[in-house]
Design a protein around this ligand. Structure first.
Ligand SMILES: [Zn+2]
Length: 208
């Protein structure tokens, strides 16, 4: 069960990846998580990645490819995996092809208006990382985390000007992937405007 979840920021693909991972007991592999993990572990690849990040630069594709390849070689990936945020573009998709075959690619689509509303209303606990949404899932006390009482912040990523930029980048880089996996006939389109349980029910129809 080798899966990829594609979708713009705010589409909820991370939530879906979590659900699949816990129900089917396959690891949820997001680029952010494995980069952080490699850095925490101080692996050679992690140390190289850290150098770029400390300088405020993007970690180069080849390095990300290597880190993903390393992660996919771990034993827990024998039964499959859910990739989230990788591949980001066609170059990475082709690199992945040389590492592991893919069974299904889920594309979570969502109107841009909804994405902007979701992302700009998102707040994160500065301490425990719990996510809130000012409209759909607000904290009990404005500005503070229900669980640990610490301050809620808006990530730099979720500021309005940055959101637009992220969505444009996604469109440009990911559109070719949709065609690429579409031609391979392993792409499944999902309506990410629906509530997460409905989206997940749809996903399950395609899983063993
Ligand atoms: Zn908290």
């Amino acid at each position: 069960m080798n899966l990829i979840l594609l979708g713009p920021p705010g589409s909820g693909k991370g939530t879906q990846a979590e659900k699949i991972s816990s129900d089917y007991d396959v690891p949820h592999i997001s680029t952010g998580n494995i980069l952080r993990h490699a850095i925490d572990q101080g692996t050679d690849l992690g140390l190289s990645a850290k150098k770029y990040m400390n300088e405020g630069k993007l970690v180069p594709d080849e390095l990300v490819d290597e880190i993903v390849a390393e992660r996919l070689s771990f034993l827990d990936c024998n039964r499959g995996f859910v990739l989230d945020g990788f591949p980001r573009d066609l170059t990475q998709a082709k690199a992945l092809e040389g590492i592991r075959g893919i069974d299904t690619v889920f594309l979570v689509e969502c109107p841009q208006q909804t994405l902007i509303s979701r992302l700009s209303n998102r707040r994160e606990c500065s301490s425990c990382g719990k996510i809130y949404h000012l409209l759909n899932n607000p904290p009990n006390r404005e500005g503070f985390c229900d669980d640990c009482g610490n301050k809620l912040i808006q990530r730099a990523d979720d500021q309005p000007q940055t959101i637009k930029k992220r969505l444009t980048t996604y469109e440009k880089e990911t559109k070719p992937l949709i065609d690429y996996y579409g031609e391979e006939r392993i792409l499944v389109r999902l309506d990410g405007f629906q509530n997460p349980d409905t989206v997940y029910a749809e996903i399950k129809k395609y899983l063993p």
